[in-house]
Design a protein around this ligand. Structure first.
Ligand code: UD1
Ligand code: CA
Length: 461
């Protein structure tokens, strides 16, 4: 097999997105569009991967900075796809073999199809091989004009005659090119069209005129080569990825009551016998164990949930860990650094941040627990607040095993509540509580006899 050099075009403005964000960083099922393309390309183990950037080049470079083995070239101004390919000449001048040209806005292409493209390209010895598809709605795509069986040229929608617009075979914008003579031929492309741009598809006619072979590979699943030019197309393509994801999970034993309203990102993992109710969003790098129950309105982002966990309705969980057998919600908010240990229970209107809630511990109603380390078998009463912020910095609260925090308590950090200690209801705790002690902070209660009757009388006067 000859060397494969991948080129990904990503310099365009994406005008039709009407968005300030670079088009190829818009997320398809939670993953930036260009990452889908990079993943497919990487599976071919190419010799080199070059990305042509231009519009918002810095944002793109920054978004991909964590990835090694990428070469960036800048296309400024953006004068069309042929001009974009020409920018890679300094990188590929001495390379041999095949250029696999991908578009960063065509994210569903499978590695298998790319392999088929390369196989065909190499087997036929063509100068160019184009992936095409026959689709119901060809609008917006370049059309494949054939003469007899063979491809003659590609015509863009804006330049097509009415008869050409009726053609349903479209250009995917994905090609394999022999490097031999490629750049010299691309220089032959003229910008004589409705957009006054240098169109890479024009290379087909140029090669045909020069008697060099051009082949096509027509894919049987046209969804694979869908391009994204607008936010409506982004939503359609995301839906396709999500449908595939939910189908995979269901095949692996996950109950998804309503796939149409379930939003599961591509990289999420869910164990068998977990039930996902309608209207759930599982995002990013989330993993969920087996036998869980995830109720409607729950959003979980980049979190690890163990086995047999129940998450009641309308919880938001981000960057958190929830161990097996725990129960959360309804209406709980587990923020970054939350660590619920085995069998812990968090109830309604409870917010946790950077807090460990130990094995079997409970905080069932109306609480804020931040920067706290809470041991096993602790009961945190309704309305408890860790006052972790003094206006300058965050301070820790430690609650040792078996402690009982009465309702409506404020624990002013830094503070430690000792093992098995009790905090009386309504206490404001500013000093450490020794193990086994009871801490109370309010003064004795006074009852003023006959006060109501007296008040009524004075207001009558
Ligand atoms: C392109 C093809 C069309 C094909 C369709 C498939 C051309 C002229 N037309 O049309 O035949 O059916 O893709 O999706 O190629 N880009 C640059 N620099 C530029 C212009 C574009 O890097 O100067 C990049 C874009 O960022 C994008 C890709 O090239 O990733 C395709 O450009 P786009 O403007 O979206 O082309 P289409 O009109 O979709
Ligand atoms: Ca496009």
């Amino acid at each position: 097999m000859s060397d494969v050099h991948v080129v990904i075009l990503a310099a365009g403005k994406g005008t039709r997105m009407k968005s300030a964000r670079p088009k190829v960083l818009h997320r398809v099922a939670g993953v930036p569009m260009i990452q889908h393309v990079l993943a497919a390309a990487a599976s071919l183990h190419p010799r080199s991967t070059t990305i042509v950037v231009g519009h918002q080049a810095d944002a793109l470079r920054a978004a991909l900075s964590g990835q090694s083995g990428l070469t960036f070239v800048v296309q400024e101004p953006q004068r069309g796809t042929a001009d974009a390919l020409l920018r890679t000449e300094p990188v590929l001048r001495d390379a041999r073999g095949v250029v696999l040209l991908l578009s960063a806005d065509v994210p569903l292409l499978s590695a298998e199809t790319l392999e088929n493209l390369l196989d065909r390209h190499v087997a036929t010895g063509a100068a160019a091989t184009v992936i095409t598809a026959v689709v119901e709605r060809p609008q917006g795509y370049g059309r494949i004009v054939r003469s007899g069986e063979r491809i003659a040229r590609i015509v863009e929608e804006g330049d097509a005659s009415p008869a050409e617009r009726d053609i349903h075979e479209i250009n995917s914008g994905i090609y394999a090119f022999a490097l031999e003579g490629l750049f010299q031929s691309v220089r032959g492309v003229a910008a004589e069209n409705a957009q006054a741009e240098y169109y890479l598809p024009d290379l087909v006619a140029i090669y045909r005129d020069r008697g060099r072979g051009v082949e096509t590979l027509t894919v049987s699943r046209p969804d694979e080569i869908r391009g994204i030019n607008s936010l409506a197309e982004l939503a359609e393509v995301s839906r396709i990825v999500r449908q595939k994801k939910t189908a995979e999970l269901m095949a692996a034993g996950v109950t998804i009551e309503d796939p149409a309203t379930t939003y599961i990102d591509r990289d999420v993992v869910v164990g068998a016998d977990t039930v996902i109710h309608p209207g759930v969003a599982l995002e990013g790098k989330t993993t969920i164990g087996g036998g869980c129950d995830i109720h409607s309105g729950v959003r979980i982002v980049d979190s690890r949930i163990g086995d047999r966990v129940t998450i009641h309705n309308h919880c938001v969980i981000t960057n958190a860990k929830v161990a097996s057998g725990a129960t959360v919600g309804p209406f709980a908010h587990l923020r970054t650094g939350t660590d619920l240990r085995e069998g812990a229970r968090v109830g309604n209107f409870v917010e946790l941040k950077n807090t460990v809630l130990g094995t079997g511990s409970k905080s069932m109603h109306l609480a804020y627990l931040g920067d706290a380390t809470i041991g096993a078998k602790v009961n945190v009463g309704a309305g408890t607040i860790t006052c972790n912020y003094d206006g300058v910095s965050k301070k820790p609260t430690i609650i040792e095993d078996g402690a009982f925090i009465g309702s409506d308590s404020q624990l002013v950090a830094p503070v430690t509540i000792g093992k098995d200690a009790y905090v009386g209801s309504g206490a404001t705790i500013r000093e450490n509580v020794p193990p086994g002690a009871l801490a109370v902070s309010a003064g004795p209660q006074r009852n003023i006899e006959g006060w109501v009757e007296k008040k009524k009388k004075t207001s009558r006067d």
